[in-house]
Design a protein. Sequence first.
Lengths: 252, 424
Amino acid sequence: MKNKGIKIKCAIILLFAVAALPLQAQLAADIILERVDLNISSENRIFESSMTIHGRRNSRTITSKTYAVGDKSSFTEYLSPPREEGTKMLKLEEQLWIYSPSTDRTIQISGHMLRQSVMGSDLSYEDMMDDRKLTETYDAEVVGTEEIGGRDCWILKLTGKVEDLAYASRRLWVDSERYVPLKEELFAKSGKLLKRSEMSDVVQIGGRWFPRTVFYRDMLKQGSEGTEFRITDIRFNQEIPDYIFSKAALKQ
Amino acid sequence: MIRFLINGLFRDKSRSRLPIIVVAIGVMLTVFMNAYITGFMGDTIEMNARFTHGHLKVMTRAYAENEEQLPNDLAMTEVTALKEELAARFPELDWAARIQFGGLVDVPDEKGETRSQGPAAGMGVDLLSPESREAERLNITGSIVRGRMVQNPGEALLAEQFSQKLGVAPGDEVTLIGSTMYGSMSMYNFIVAGTVSFGAEALDRGSIIVDIEDARHALDMEDAAGELVGLFDAGYYDDEHALEVAQAFNSAFVGDDDAYAPVMKTLTQQRSMGQLVKMLDVWSFYIIAVFIIAMALVLWNAGLLGGLRRYGEFGVRLAMGEEKSHLYRTLIYESVFISIAGAIIGTAIGLFFAALVQKYGINISGMMEGSAMMYPSAIRTRITPTDYYIGFIPGLFSTVVGAMLAGIGIYKRKTSQLFKELDA
């Protein structure tokens, strides 16, 4: 009789434990994503980057300097090659303008043009614009583990929780020690794989882990051999004058 | 006897006037229909050849595979050398480099902000070289509605419809927003030199025409071009010869796996043009055949009725002692005279109307709205040697055969019953 009572107690405890498992997993996924956001997002940053676009015929490298505040404002000036030098991009909230020095024109990019490639790379203007925190835009779920480049990773499945997302879902491989993404796959609503990126050259800057090199591959772009985006210099939490984020700054 | 028969036909209008009118109408319709189909078919093919396909076209293999997308990232490079080689090997063709591109034409306001914007289908053609025949070939000068021809670098022509939609006039500045050969966004300013109307919906909807060197600067295509089009100096497409030229050129690249190796395609091997040409050939054959058969039946019936109507007259003539074979022969001779007269009159009238439509055309632009294929907005007939004799097929043969069938009844008449028939 006593044994029977113990068995019932054990069964009830086990039942509660099993029922709580998804909750624990959900909690773990949310915490991982929060930690990723802490590494990747920042109040403001200034960085210089080089973007090497590998085509079937040749490769081109474009360098630029970017000023960004939160996920709302950013300003990029292209430094080289000569054809692109002086071209500037300004993002304010949901709007994007491009200034071309050769035509002295500022054009607003909107609608379907946001899905066009930036400078022929595997990145779209939409990719460049969307700096929102992952925790604000996706629900996360841990779906497995995998080793990438000798580092243990959690595999997170991210499902969009807001409407205006460029990618309905993502699959993110997060370094389980440093909480930095090492690989990402971006999917359309239909489930079609649209883009794949691999992060490397992870360094610690000001207490956060940050991948300095990202290799992007647009899976729908014919003739593309991928784009390597490399941050050559990055500084977080700097003083950035407000006038940088104005249309007047584009023509200066 | 012939003069006697002809006089008889002239004097008895009921035997000549209506049959000749019927034959003439049938022949006129046949002649006009043939000229109409020949004209529409020829205009459609030549228009597509001059504007997009050439009689022959050289592209890279990768470009040819995705030609509908105008993939300038797959364009040919070192085009000047290739053009010189083609001119030396195939002197019977005039070769011209072209860049077709898509983009947006953006019109600024006084502050430089976007005032209006529209999607454009651009064409970079050699407009400024003194030896170039492109302007003449595309009839650009003749198509100018406002302003003037491109005379300087940095100038562009806009389709008249497009310019009105954008609110642009000659002298205004517009910005072309496109994509370079390497996929970067490009912006390039042009001064609108003039506006054009080609009379083809697909071209008039959103065309911008610029000099090829400007297109190269705008799209970062130094000494590159999407296409090299070749047109026979003779001025018309010769499929057999075009195939020979293409085979001779392509044989040099057999075994070359390079996706950027050049490939030459004839007009009928490109996009849907092969299908279109075959389809137009089959259509024209069936339309003409069905029409000739229908007209033959009508004229045959007319000949048959003409013979039957004269049943009583034949009885009297047989009763008066005329030989059945003589009667039959005269009936056939008469039908020959009638059909010759009708065919000549019908051919003349048919040619007259065909010549009118050849000169003035019939405007069908309303029917072609939204068409992606380039059809002429005005249908023009084309008079060919065939039109001078094609009407005689239904006109002459059918009428005579009808009369011959109707005349068989003559041999079935019995002399002994003729007076009884007349009494009745």
